[in-house]
Design a protein around this ligand. Structure first.
Ligand SMILES: [Ca+2]
Length: 320
């Protein structure tokens, strides 16, 4: 029990099935029981081509969370996975009640401003906003690390996690005292990796690492970058006319966005940040003018060193 005193109490809020990056982030947390006390893993709603709507996206994310827990050999965490919202916030004052939101309220009520609960949020932030609307008194007991929106110098703020539920994002920016924002385009977009790097570090290096490598390699988006071509030895054996008919191979790399939020906690030396006055995410796809109130600043990430982050991530995911 004394060991638990040194662990960071964390919950993760994740749209785990929306693409391939959430699984890397969750896998990273699951592989650090020496540092993280993962108290809750919440499924967030999402709607893109991998779901038929927010409810379906949430359910698929819940199933993906359970799969990762199993692959990581941490069955004791299964009961900490919770289903989240089946819709986005209808407005900025009405919560979407869910098992996840209620669990977050419960855990946050056990925390305090001096010993806050860290919330890593890597999807539309509906569940966290709903908890704050259900129990406004928990606001000062949370430290929220959110991957959402774009950099302030980017032409707009129409980022997937943000635009799906702008009302929720505004609740977070208004109410959370201790807030870290990791902007996607312009900052986190530096976190690119390649097929070759993933194979080198993860292939055959344990069930979780191997799963993540295969998932990334077989993903439709990855293949759209030109990975459908045969590898070099197979290519050389093809008749010249078949080789000539293949599409031109492209260089490619891919951003693994969501690992940034975990890295902020476990690899802070990779980041530069500054305290800035808050600007609410606007409904028109831009940040609004500066909001001056008692919670007037937040931690805004300006740079990330991708080599430091991926070194830490790969060493953690792979069996040595
Ligand atoms: Ca995500």
């Amino acid at each position: 029990m004394s060991e638990a005193k040194n662990l960071i109490p964390v919950v993760l809020d994740t749209d785990c099935w929306n693409e391939i990056d959430d699984q890397f982030a969750l896998g990273w947390l699951l592989r650090r029981p020496d540092a993280i006390n993962l108290l809750g893993i919440y499924a967030a709603p999402f709607h893109n081509k991998r779901s038929t709507g927010p409810a379906d996206g949430m359910e698929k994310s819940y199933q993906a969370i359970l799969q990762l827990i199993e692959l990581s050999g941490r069955p004791e965490l299964e009961e900490r996975a919770k289903r989240g919202a089946t819709r986005y916030l209808p407005d900025e004052t009405t919560p979407v009640n869910s098992e996840a939101a209620r669990d977050l309220v419960r855990l946050a009520q056990q925390a305090s401003p001096g010993n806050p609960l860290t919330v890593i949020a890597i999807g539309a932030i509906t569940n966290v906003a709903s908890a704050l609307l259900l129990a406004p008194e928990i606001a000062d007991n949370l430290r929220v690390i959110w991957l959402g929106g774009h950099a302030l110098h980017w032409p707009d703020s129409r980022e997937f996690n943000m635009f799906q539920d702008i009302a929720a994002a505004r609740v977070i920016f208004r109410k959370v005292r201790d807030l870290v924002q990791l902007p996607c385009q312009g900052v986190v977009s530096d976190l690119r990796t390649t097929r070759w790097e993933l194979e080198h570090w993860l292939k055959g290096r344990g069930p979780l690492a191997h799963f993540l490598q295969e998932m990334a390699s077989e993903d439709e988006e990855t293949n759209s970058y030109g990975m459908v071509r045969p590898s070099r030895p197979e290519l050389d054996e093809l008749p010249a006319e078949e080789r000539a008919a293949l599409p031109r191979e492209r260089a490619w790399s891919r951003v693994i966005w969501d690992i940034a939020a975990v890295a902020w906690l476990l690899c802070p030396q990779a980041f530069r940040s500054e305290r800035r006055p808050r600007r609410l995410p606007g409904y028109g796809g831009r940040y609004e003018p500066v909001l001056y109130n008692k919670q007037k600043d937040f931690i805004y990430i300006t740079n990330v060193d991708r080599d430091l982050v991926f070194t830490e991530l790969f060493h953690t995911l792979a069996d040595e």
